[in-house]
Ligand binder design. Structure first.
Ligand code: 5GP
Length: 135
């Protein structure tokens, strides 16, 4: 199968991550302006079903802070708190997925194909996922 990735452009060291935009769709979900199918929430994070699932179970986990990327998340919180606690979240929200297995994915920035500029982790499960998910 043909690979779809491309090499970097000459000026690839410039930073492509934009400042946080509070009108992004996940920020609006956090503010309750747009509904979501919530599976878990605590003071740090919200988890909800993806509107366009790519597996039997497809959950998005988002931090409640205004973070675009992992860099941003780590830089603002410092190393000690740099976590989304997916393990604990999954044990409470989808216990079967913890025992049978799941996949975590984070798309970051332009090269990572991030569509929504609010840090998020995809959790896929609910059945055999195969070697890699097609998008
Ligand atoms: P990304 O490509 O940024 O990693 O993933 C963004 C994800 O957000 C996509 O899987 C997309 O289906 C999901 N998404 C976009 N808009 C909404 C929405 O309004 N509600 C929910 N629940 N998911 C959304």
């Amino acid at each position: 199968m043909a690979k779809s990735w491309h090499t970097e452009e000459p000026n690839a060291d410039r930073r492509d991550t934009k400042p946080y935009d509070s009108t992004n769709i996940f920020a609006r979900i956090l503010r309750g302006e747009i509904p979501s199918n919530k599976v878990y929430e605590d003071e740090h994070a919200l988890a909800f079903h993806d509107i366009n699932p790519q597996a039997l179970v497809h959950i998005l986990v988002i931090p409640k802070g205004a973070h675009v990327s992992w860099d941003d998340f780590g830089a603002r919180l410092g190393g000690g708190d740099c976590r989304l606690r997916q393990g604990g979240l999954l044990r409470r929200a989808q216990p079967g997925m913890v025992t049978r297995g799941y996949r975590l994915l984070a798309n970051v920035g332009r090269n990572g194909g991030q569509e929504v500029p609010h840090l998020h982790v995809h959790i896929f499960g609910g059945g055999l996922l195969g070697p890699m998910l097609a998008r």
